[in-house]
Design a binder for this molecule. Structure first.
Ligand code: FES
Ligand code: FES
Length: 162
């Protein structure tokens, strides 16, 4: 199996490493680059636990090959905080009790940020629609929807594009 050297930015830091041709992006993030925020759930694109932002757009990193990310900017949930301050989405998840076990949370945050970047003032229905590819076994979703709506209000007053 072929191996390739790739270079990318992960959460604002340059990273370079060798990956196998068929290695998934989520595997490379975790195994090659030691970035363990994106979780591996189903590995078939159904659960959303592996969601990251690739050049600003939410992707399921179990559906992308690592080589496809060569030269790209990857942002994980861990990269949302700035100078030690939680991102408004992270704060809202914390304050609204939008997580319990936390397994889905990194993917939820990335999917939610992609939504708010495209639609800064979503309805509850639009939030649910945007997050329908991200499964949570704990919360029942209502607190997650409320957290995203709250973050949208905060971000409207202090926009932060990631
Ligand atoms: S691990 Fe990627 S969608 Fe489930
Ligand atoms: S908080 Fe446990 S799966 Fe969502």
């Amino acid at each position: 199996m072929g191996r390739h050297n790739i270079e990318l930015s992960i959460d604002g830091r340059p990273a370079a490493g060798e990956v196998e041709s068929r290695m998934l992006l989520v595997q490379a993030l975790r195994q090659v680059f030691g970035v363990t925020g994106p979780h591996i759930g189903c590995e078939t694109g159904r659960c959303g636990a592996c969601t990251v932002l690739l050049d600003g757009h939410a992707v399921k990193s179990c559906l992308s090959l690592a080589v496809q990310a060569d030269g790209s900017r990857v942002t994980t949930a861990a990269g949302l905080a700035r100078d030690g301050d939680l991102h408004p989405l992270q704060k809202a998840f914390q304050e609204r009790h939008a997580l319990q076990c936390g397994f889905c949370t990194p993917g939820m945050l990335c999917a939610a940020l992609d939504l708010l970047n495209q639609n800064p003032n979503p309805t509850d229905g639009e939030i649910r629609d945007a997050l329908r590819g991200n499964l949570c076994r704990c919360t029942g979703y209502q607190h997650i929807v409320e957290a995203v709506a709250e973050a949208a209000v905060v971000m409207a007053h202090a926009p932060q594009k990631i």
